[in-house]
Design a protein around this ligand. Structure first.
Ligand SMILES: [Zn+2]
Length: 238
């Protein structure tokens, strides 16, 4: 439990330091294996900003969203239902990231699609796009079971989902993988954004799209190294 709590806290700090979410908005969680409990970055009077998350900012919560333990000045985030419904409906999901990255959110606001404008520049992030990124069309806070269920059914089996005028949610088989997916999604949006500023972004050729769609079998092969890189980049131990 303690090790998992430390990993969640560290992933929060990495996201915060990379400026993928501001101040206190956003949370990362991990499923406690074999239980109906998750560990999640808490909100409340005693919280630190995402980039300063300490292990004791991460509290256990059950699948109904109820806090099970932790400091008195902390509570489960309002949007805990994003997390609980992904764990309830997808046994493969071990970790969930919810954040508000500015550049990605701008695309949902302007109703501009993210385009596959590069290939070998960053194959894993373009692959994410080619696998399909759903958009949750509502901009409200996902603060109850009904909305959590609705959100999870929009995200379906995907690794990430855009939330209109709000943010993103990613998930994966580990805290680190889910966090890397959020970083990649942000990279994809950042390049699209810059391309729009410069001119008229065009998708790469169809045959190259097919190539990247079929993807390398070595998916995730370099994930550990990439995670260590981002940790080092922001001054965390890898
Ligand atoms: Zn949110």
């Amino acid at each position: 439990m303690q090790e998992l709590r430390e990993r969640v806290a560290k992933a929060c700090r990495v996201l915060g330091k990379l400026e993928l979410t501001k101040a206190a908005t956003g949370h990362i969680s991990a499923r406690v294996p074999g239980t109906e409990t998750l560990l999640i970055r808490a909100r409340g009077e005693g919280e630190s900003g995402v980039r300063y998350t300490a292990p004791d900012d991460v509290i256990p919560v059950d699948f109904s969203g109820k806090k099970l333990a932790g400091r008195g000045d902390l509570e489960a985030p309002q949007e805990v239902f994003i997390h609980t419904w992904l764990y309830r409906t997808r046994p493969d999901v071990a970790a969930v990231v919810h954040a508000h990255p500015k550049t990605v959110v701008l695309f949902t606001i302007c109703n501009k699609p993210l385009l596959p404008i590069y290939g070998a520049y960053d194959p894993t992030s373009v692959k994410l796009l080619l696998e399909g990124i759903p958009l949750y069309p509502r901009s409200i806070t996902v603060s109850n079971d009904k909305l959590g269920e609705e959100f999870a059914s929009t995200m379906k089996g995907h690794a990430c989902c855009l939330m209109r005028g709000h943010g993103i949610t990613t998930c994966g088989p580990s805290v680190e993988e889910a966090t890397l997916t959020a970083i990649k999604l942000n990279e994809l949006a950042d390049m699209n954004y810059r391309a729009h500023l410069l001119g008229d972004p065009q998708p790469i050729p169809d045959e190259d799209i097919a190539h990247f769609k079929s993807g390398s079998k070595g998916k995730g092969k370099h994930s550990n190294a990439l995670w260590r890189y981002y940790c080092s980049l922001v001054g965390e131990e890898g």
